[in-house]
Design a protein around this ligand. Structure first.
Ligand SMILES: *[C@@H]1O[C@H](CO)[C@@H](O)[C@H](O)[C@H]1NC(C)=O
Ligand SMILES: *[C@@H]1O[C@H](CO)[C@@H](O)[C@H](O)[C@H]1NC(C)=O
Ligand SMILES: *[C@@H]1O[C@H](CO)[C@@H](O)[C@H](O)[C@H]1NC(C)=O
Ligand SMILES: *[C@@H]1O[C@H](CO)[C@@H](O)[C@H](O)[C@H]1NC(C)=O
Length: 292
Protein backbone atom coordinates (compact mmCIF):
# COMPACT_ATOMS: atom_id res chain seq x y z
CA UNK A 1 0.00 0.00 0.00
CA UNK A 2 2.67 2.47 1.07
CA UNK A 3 4.67 1.65 -2.07
CA UNK A 4 1.66 2.21 -4.24
CA UNK A 5 0.93 5.49 -2.56
CA UNK A 6 4.50 6.67 -3.11
CA UNK A 7 4.27 5.67 -6.76
CA UNK A 8 1.03 7.54 -7.16
CA UNK A 9 2.53 10.58 -5.51
CA UNK A 10 5.55 10.48 -7.80
CA UNK A 11 3.28 10.16 -10.79
CA UNK A 12 1.19 13.11 -9.68
CA UNK A 13 4.36 15.14 -9.10
CA UNK A 14 5.75 14.34 -12.53
CA UNK A 15 2.43 15.27 -14.08
CA UNK A 16 2.36 18.51 -12.10
CA UNK A 17 5.88 19.44 -13.14
CA UNK A 18 5.17 18.62 -16.77
CA UNK A 19 2.18 20.93 -16.72
CA UNK A 20 4.08 23.72 -15.06
CA UNK A 21 7.01 23.28 -17.39
CA UNK A 22 4.77 23.85 -20.36
CA UNK A 23 3.27 26.92 -18.76
CA UNK A 24 6.59 28.51 -17.93
CA UNK A 25 8.65 27.19 -20.82
CA UNK A 26 9.74 30.65 -21.83
CA UNK A 27 12.98 31.50 -20.12
CA UNK A 28 13.51 35.11 -20.99
CA UNK A 29 15.64 37.70 -19.20
CA UNK A 30 14.32 40.70 -21.19
CA UNK A 31 10.80 39.94 -20.28
CA UNK A 32 11.18 38.94 -16.64
CA UNK A 33 14.08 41.05 -15.37
CA UNK A 34 15.09 44.67 -15.11
CA UNK A 35 18.60 46.11 -14.96
CA UNK A 36 19.42 47.73 -11.63
CA UNK A 37 23.12 48.52 -12.03
CA UNK A 38 25.66 48.87 -14.82
CA UNK A 39 23.34 49.18 -17.82
CA UNK A 40 26.31 49.85 -20.12
CA UNK A 41 28.12 46.89 -18.57
CA UNK A 42 25.92 44.06 -19.56
CA UNK A 43 23.64 42.47 -22.08
CA UNK A 44 20.31 40.89 -21.46
CA UNK A 45 18.71 39.63 -24.65
CA UNK A 46 16.10 36.93 -24.72
CA UNK A 47 17.55 33.89 -23.02
CA UNK A 48 21.09 35.30 -22.78
CA UNK A 49 22.47 37.20 -19.84
CA UNK A 50 25.99 38.61 -19.86
CA UNK A 51 27.10 40.30 -16.66
CA UNK A 52 30.29 42.33 -16.96
CA UNK A 53 32.65 43.74 -14.35
CA UNK A 54 35.51 46.15 -14.95
CA UNK A 55 37.28 48.68 -12.80
CA UNK A 56 34.52 51.26 -13.24
CA UNK A 57 31.52 49.10 -12.30
CA UNK A 58 29.83 45.73 -12.17
CA UNK A 59 26.29 44.89 -13.17
CA UNK A 60 23.06 43.62 -11.66
CA UNK A 61 19.51 42.64 -12.52
CA UNK A 62 16.38 41.73 -10.60
CA UNK A 63 13.09 40.10 -11.44
CA UNK A 64 9.99 42.20 -12.01
CA UNK A 65 7.87 39.81 -9.96
CA UNK A 66 8.16 38.82 -6.33
CA UNK A 67 7.40 35.24 -5.34
CA UNK A 68 6.30 33.36 -2.29
CA UNK A 69 7.36 29.71 -2.65
CA UNK A 70 8.40 28.01 -5.83
CA UNK A 71 11.29 26.67 -7.83
CA UNK A 72 13.71 29.23 -9.19
CA UNK A 73 16.27 28.12 -11.74
CA UNK A 74 19.19 29.75 -13.50
CA UNK A 75 21.96 28.18 -15.53
CA UNK A 76 25.22 30.03 -14.92
CA UNK A 77 28.70 30.01 -16.42
CA UNK A 78 31.15 31.69 -14.09
CA UNK A 79 34.14 33.94 -14.87
CA UNK A 80 36.87 31.81 -16.50
CA UNK A 81 40.60 31.94 -15.67
CA UNK A 82 41.65 34.31 -12.93
CA UNK A 83 38.41 35.38 -11.26
CA UNK A 84 40.03 36.33 -7.94
CA UNK A 85 38.26 39.17 -6.14
CA UNK A 86 35.06 38.86 -8.17
CA UNK A 87 31.75 37.65 -6.79
CA UNK A 88 28.79 36.51 -8.87
CA UNK A 89 25.51 36.28 -7.03
CA UNK A 90 22.15 34.70 -7.63
CA UNK A 91 19.64 35.02 -4.82
CA UNK A 92 16.11 35.67 -3.67
CA UNK A 93 15.43 38.59 -1.35
CA UNK A 94 12.67 40.66 0.13
CA UNK A 95 13.22 44.22 1.38
CA UNK A 96 13.21 45.96 4.74
CA UNK A 97 15.01 45.53 8.04
CA UNK A 98 13.52 42.10 8.74
CA UNK A 99 14.08 40.83 5.23
CA UNK A 100 14.30 37.23 4.08
CA UNK A 101 16.96 36.05 1.67
CA UNK A 102 18.06 32.76 0.09
CA UNK A 103 21.53 32.96 -1.44
CA UNK A 104 23.85 31.38 -3.91
CA UNK A 105 27.08 33.36 -4.26
CA UNK A 106 30.13 32.37 -6.24
CA UNK A 107 33.48 33.58 -4.93
CA UNK A 108 36.18 33.75 -7.60
CA UNK A 109 39.72 32.44 -7.29
CA UNK A 110 43.12 32.43 -8.94
CA UNK A 111 43.57 30.43 -12.11
CA UNK A 112 43.56 26.73 -11.27
CA UNK A 113 42.11 27.25 -7.78
CA UNK A 114 38.50 26.30 -7.13
CA UNK A 115 35.61 28.72 -7.01
CA UNK A 116 33.67 28.71 -3.73
CA UNK A 117 29.92 28.04 -3.89
CA UNK A 118 28.60 30.05 -0.97
CA UNK A 119 25.07 29.60 0.41
CA UNK A 120 23.28 31.57 3.08
CA UNK A 121 19.82 32.18 4.44
CA UNK A 122 18.23 35.17 6.16
CA UNK A 123 14.91 34.84 7.96
CA UNK A 124 13.29 37.89 9.52
CA UNK A 125 16.55 39.82 9.09
CA UNK A 126 18.79 37.19 10.68
CA UNK A 127 21.52 35.64 8.53
CA UNK A 128 24.92 34.19 9.57
CA UNK A 129 23.95 30.80 8.21
CA UNK A 130 26.69 30.22 5.67
CA UNK A 131 27.60 26.90 4.19
CA UNK A 132 30.28 26.76 1.49
CA UNK A 133 31.23 24.10 -1.02
CA UNK A 134 33.96 23.64 -3.57
CA UNK A 135 32.55 22.55 -6.92
CA UNK A 136 32.98 18.96 -8.08
CA UNK A 137 33.01 20.23 -11.70
CA UNK A 138 34.49 23.19 -13.53
CA UNK A 139 31.86 25.93 -13.20
CA UNK A 140 33.60 28.19 -15.74
CA UNK A 141 33.67 26.05 -18.88
CA UNK A 142 29.95 25.46 -19.26
CA UNK A 143 26.53 26.28 -17.87
CA UNK A 144 25.44 24.64 -14.62
CA UNK A 145 22.02 24.52 -13.08
CA UNK A 146 21.57 26.36 -9.78
CA UNK A 147 18.04 25.94 -8.50
CA UNK A 148 16.32 26.90 -5.27
CA UNK A 149 13.25 24.94 -4.18
CA UNK A 150 11.33 26.82 -1.54
CA UNK A 151 8.12 25.62 0.03
CA UNK A 152 6.47 26.09 3.42
CA UNK A 153 8.25 23.08 4.89
CA UNK A 154 11.81 23.49 3.63
CA UNK A 155 14.30 25.18 1.34
CA UNK A 156 16.58 23.08 -0.85
CA UNK A 157 19.59 24.34 -2.79
CA UNK A 158 20.31 22.23 -5.91
CA UNK A 159 23.36 22.17 -8.15
CA UNK A 160 22.85 20.29 -11.42
CA UNK A 161 19.94 18.42 -9.90
CA UNK A 162 21.86 17.36 -6.79
CA UNK A 163 20.62 18.82 -3.52
CA UNK A 164 23.50 20.28 -1.51
CA UNK A 165 21.71 21.89 1.43
CA UNK A 166 18.37 21.85 3.22
CA UNK A 167 16.92 24.33 5.69
CA UNK A 168 13.75 23.07 7.32
CA UNK A 169 10.90 24.98 8.82
CA UNK A 170 11.21 24.76 12.62
CA UNK A 171 9.10 27.83 13.19
CA UNK A 172 7.09 26.06 15.88
CA UNK A 173 10.33 25.70 17.83
CA UNK A 174 11.19 29.36 17.62
CA UNK A 175 13.40 29.39 14.52
CA UNK A 176 12.24 31.95 11.96
CA UNK A 177 11.48 30.66 8.48
CA UNK A 178 10.97 32.76 5.35
CA UNK A 179 7.29 32.26 4.66
CA UNK A 180 5.60 35.62 4.96
CA UNK A 181 7.40 37.95 2.57
CA UNK A 182 7.55 37.84 -1.21
CA UNK A 183 11.07 37.73 -2.62
CA UNK A 184 12.41 38.97 -5.94
CA UNK A 185 15.20 37.20 -7.79
CA UNK A 186 18.54 38.99 -8.16
CA UNK A 187 21.73 38.34 -10.07
CA UNK A 188 24.91 40.38 -10.14
CA UNK A 189 28.65 40.49 -10.69
CA UNK A 190 30.80 42.79 -8.58
CA UNK A 191 34.19 43.34 -7.03
CA UNK A 192 34.68 42.18 -3.43
CA UNK A 193 38.43 41.73 -3.29
CA UNK A 194 38.56 43.01 0.28
CA UNK A 195 37.18 39.66 1.49
CA UNK A 196 36.14 37.26 -1.27
CA UNK A 197 39.23 35.36 -2.33
CA UNK A 198 41.34 33.56 0.23
CA UNK A 199 40.09 35.92 2.90
CA UNK A 200 40.93 39.05 0.88
CA UNK A 201 44.61 38.18 0.40
CA UNK A 202 44.24 37.77 -3.37
CA UNK A 203 43.08 40.93 -5.12
CA UNK A 204 41.33 41.46 -8.43
CA UNK A 205 43.83 41.78 -11.27
CA UNK A 206 42.26 44.60 -13.26
CA UNK A 207 44.55 44.13 -16.25
CA UNK A 208 42.45 41.03 -16.96
CA UNK A 209 39.14 42.96 -17.05
CA UNK A 210 36.45 42.83 -18.28
CA UNK A 211 35.31 39.83 -16.25
CA UNK A 212 32.22 38.13 -17.63
CA UNK A 213 29.67 35.74 -16.12
CA UNK A 214 26.81 34.40 -18.22
CA UNK A 215 23.29 33.23 -17.49
CA UNK A 216 20.69 31.17 -19.34
CA UNK A 217 17.22 29.73 -18.75
CA UNK A 218 16.11 31.86 -15.87
CA UNK A 219 12.85 30.30 -14.80
CA UNK A 220 10.65 30.95 -11.81
CA UNK A 221 8.02 28.26 -11.55
CA UNK A 222 6.65 30.02 -8.56
CA UNK A 223 3.72 31.62 -6.86
CA UNK A 224 3.39 35.30 -7.55
CA UNK A 225 3.39 37.47 -4.47
CA UNK A 226 0.89 40.28 -4.43
CA UNK A 227 1.09 41.49 -0.87
CA UNK A 228 0.48 39.65 2.37
CA UNK A 229 -1.75 36.89 1.12
CA UNK A 230 -2.13 33.47 2.63
CA UNK A 231 -0.64 30.45 0.93
CA UNK A 232 -4.04 29.33 -0.28
CA UNK A 233 -4.46 32.61 -2.12
CA UNK A 234 -1.20 32.06 -4.00
CA UNK A 235 -1.85 34.24 -6.98
CA UNK A 236 -0.83 31.91 -9.78
CA UNK A 237 -3.54 29.33 -10.40
CA UNK A 238 -1.26 27.14 -12.53
CA UNK A 239 0.88 26.26 -9.55
CA UNK A 240 -1.77 26.19 -6.85
CA UNK A 241 -1.85 22.43 -6.57
CA UNK A 242 1.89 21.83 -6.57
CA UNK A 243 4.23 20.78 -3.80
CA UNK A 244 5.36 24.29 -3.06
CA UNK A 245 2.08 25.14 -1.45
CA UNK A 246 2.09 21.98 0.62
CA UNK A 247 2.97 22.61 4.27
CA UNK A 248 4.32 19.17 5.08
CA UNK A 249 5.90 17.65 2.03
CA UNK A 250 9.53 16.62 2.15
CA UNK A 251 10.90 17.20 -1.30
CA UNK A 252 13.74 14.75 -1.38
CA UNK A 253 13.81 11.05 -2.13
CA UNK A 254 16.17 8.65 -0.30
CA UNK A 255 18.41 8.60 -3.39
CA UNK A 256 18.65 12.38 -3.37
CA UNK A 257 19.43 12.38 0.35
CA UNK A 258 22.27 9.93 -0.21
CA UNK A 259 23.66 12.15 -2.95
CA UNK A 260 23.45 15.21 -0.75
CA UNK A 261 25.27 13.44 2.05
CA UNK A 262 28.09 12.59 -0.37
CA UNK A 263 28.42 16.22 -1.48
CA UNK A 264 28.35 17.49 2.10
CA UNK A 265 30.96 14.93 3.20
CA UNK A 266 33.25 15.46 0.23
CA UNK A 267 32.88 19.08 -0.83
CA UNK A 268 31.64 21.21 2.04
CA UNK A 269 34.42 23.58 3.08
CA UNK A 270 32.58 25.70 5.65
CA UNK A 271 29.59 25.03 7.88
CA UNK A 272 28.43 27.70 10.33
CA UNK A 273 27.01 24.96 12.51
CA UNK A 274 30.54 23.67 13.13
CA UNK A 275 32.06 27.09 13.81
CA UNK A 276 31.90 27.08 17.60
CA UNK A 277 34.45 29.91 17.99
CA UNK A 278 32.33 32.24 15.96
CA UNK A 279 29.27 31.75 18.13
CA UNK A 280 31.18 31.51 21.42
CA UNK A 281 29.87 28.02 21.85
CA UNK A 282 26.23 29.15 21.76
CA UNK A 283 25.22 27.61 18.48
CA UNK A 284 22.21 28.77 16.44
CA UNK A 285 19.14 26.74 17.46
CA UNK A 286 18.70 25.07 14.07
CA UNK A 287 22.17 23.50 14.33
CA UNK A 288 20.81 20.90 16.74
CA UNK A 289 17.82 20.08 14.51
CA UNK A 290 17.64 17.45 11.85
CA UNK A 291 17.82 19.18 8.45
CA UNK A 292 17.43 16.05 6.31
C1 LIG B 1 26.18 44.08 -25.73
O1 LIG B 1 25.82 43.65 -27.05
C2 LIG B 1 26.09 44.61 -28.04
C3 LIG B 1 25.51 44.08 -29.36
O2 LIG B 1 25.89 42.76 -29.59
C4 LIG B 1 27.59 44.85 -28.11
O3 LIG B 1 27.89 45.84 -29.08
C5 LIG B 1 28.10 45.32 -26.76
O4 LIG B 1 29.50 45.44 -26.76
C6 LIG B 1 27.70 44.35 -25.66
N1 LIG B 1 28.06 44.92 -24.37
C7 LIG B 1 28.70 44.24 -23.44
C8 LIG B 1 29.00 44.98 -22.17
O5 LIG B 1 29.05 43.07 -23.57
C1 LIG C 1 17.57 22.24 -12.85
O1 LIG C 1 17.52 21.59 -11.60
C2 LIG C 1 16.21 21.54 -11.04
C3 LIG C 1 16.34 20.93 -9.66
O2 LIG C 1 16.82 19.63 -9.70
C4 LIG C 1 15.29 20.76 -11.96
O3 LIG C 1 13.99 20.76 -11.43
C5 LIG C 1 15.30 21.40 -13.35
O4 LIG C 1 14.55 20.62 -14.25
C6 LIG C 1 16.72 21.53 -13.88
N1 LIG C 1 16.69 22.28 -15.13
C7 LIG C 1 17.39 21.96 -16.21
C8 LIG C 1 17.29 22.85 -17.38
O5 LIG C 1 18.09 20.96 -16.25
C1 LIG D 1 40.55 29.48 -3.50
O1 LIG D 1 41.57 28.54 -3.48
C2 LIG D 1 42.14 28.31 -2.20
C3 LIG D 1 43.31 27.36 -2.38
O2 LIG D 1 42.91 26.20 -3.03
C4 LIG D 1 41.04 27.75 -1.27
O3 LIG D 1 41.57 27.59 0.02
C5 LIG D 1 39.86 28.71 -1.24
O4 LIG D 1 38.81 28.13 -0.47
C6 LIG D 1 39.37 28.98 -2.65
N1 LIG D 1 38.23 29.87 -2.70
C7 LIG D 1 38.26 31.17 -2.35
C8 LIG D 1 37.01 31.93 -2.57
O5 LIG D 1 39.23 31.74 -1.87
C1 LIG E 1 47.87 40.54 -13.74
O1 LIG E 1 47.71 39.92 -15.00
C2 LIG E 1 48.71 40.30 -15.94
C3 LIG E 1 48.30 39.72 -17.29
O2 LIG E 1 48.17 38.31 -17.23
C4 LIG E 1 50.04 39.77 -15.44
O3 LIG E 1 51.05 40.14 -16.35
C5 LIG E 1 50.33 40.36 -14.06
O4 LIG E 1 51.52 39.78 -13.53
C6 LIG E 1 49.18 40.10 -13.10
N1 LIG E 1 49.39 40.83 -11.88
C7 LIG E 1 49.46 40.23 -10.69
C8 LIG E 1 49.62 41.15 -9.50
O5 LIG E 1 49.40 39.01 -10.56
Amino acid sequence: MAGLRVQTLIFVLIAAFATVDRTFVEANFDKNMIITWGKEHMNMTGDNLRLVLDKSAGSAIRSKLAHLFGSVQMLIKLVPGNSAGTVAAYYLSSTGSTHDEIDFEFLGNETGQPYTIHTNLFAQGKGNREQQFKPWFNPTTGFHNYTIHWNPSEIVWFVDGTPIRVFRNYEKEGIAFPNKQGMKVFSSLWNADDWATQGGRVKTNWTLAPFVAEGRRYLARACQWQGPVSIKQCADPTVRTNWWTSPSFSQLTPTQLTKMKKIQDGFMIYDYCKDTNRFNGVMPLECSKKQF
